[in-house]
Design a protein. Structure first.
Length: 164
């Protein structure tokens, strides 16, 4: 049985092993440690379901990766995506045209996303709907909404970086 007896040495060993994975996915040590903590709670909760059909470390790695992705997706919900209504005072006089062009470019880029990402971005970022409502409307889980939104934002950033 996995983790028979005292699980602390095994958890310490795996934490050293999985911290780099969590850091790569989550983006920082702080977020990686949060993801690892959530992962261990989930591992301990799901331990009875582990059947041993795959190596324990692979099973735990999948949980760590999933939790780090979920954490990153949740954080992406709070990151600003849309361009502000009014240009800041330090922009040149033609700022209104500049902002209008950026909005046009952003909308064009959103329209180039795969349909599943477009739907989530439109409902969450444009219409400012809560995750629960988006999940209900699209018949997916709230976690799936957050994941799709995170992936869509990542794609948008990559595509918009070429237009700087």
């Amino acid at each position: 049985m996995l983790l028979e007896g005292n699980p602390e040495p095994w958890i310490r060993c795996c934490t050293r092993r999985f911290l780099p994975l969590a850091r790569r996915v989550a983006g920082s040590d702080e977020h990686a440690r949060d993801a690892l903590h959530a992962s261990w709670l989930l591992v301990l909760d799901k331990l009875q379901q582990y059947r041993g059909t795959s190596p324990a470390c692979g099973w735990v790695a999948a949980i760590v990766r999933h939790e780090a992705l979920h954490d990153a997706a949740e954080r992406s919900r709070t990151e600003p995506l849309l361009i502000q209504e009014r240009p800041s005072a330090d922009l040149p006089p033609d700022a209104a045209l500049y902002v209008a062009e950026l909005r046009r470019l952003l909308m064009e880029t959103i329209n180039e996303l795969p349909p599943t990402f477009q739907e989530v971005v439109w409902l969450r970022d444009i219409e400012d709907r809560p995750n629960a409502e988006v999940a209900r409307r699209l018949h997916i889980s709230k976690r799936n909404v957050a994941t799709r939104l995170h992936r869509a934002h990542r794609l948008l950033r990559r595509r918009l970086q070429g237009h700087r």
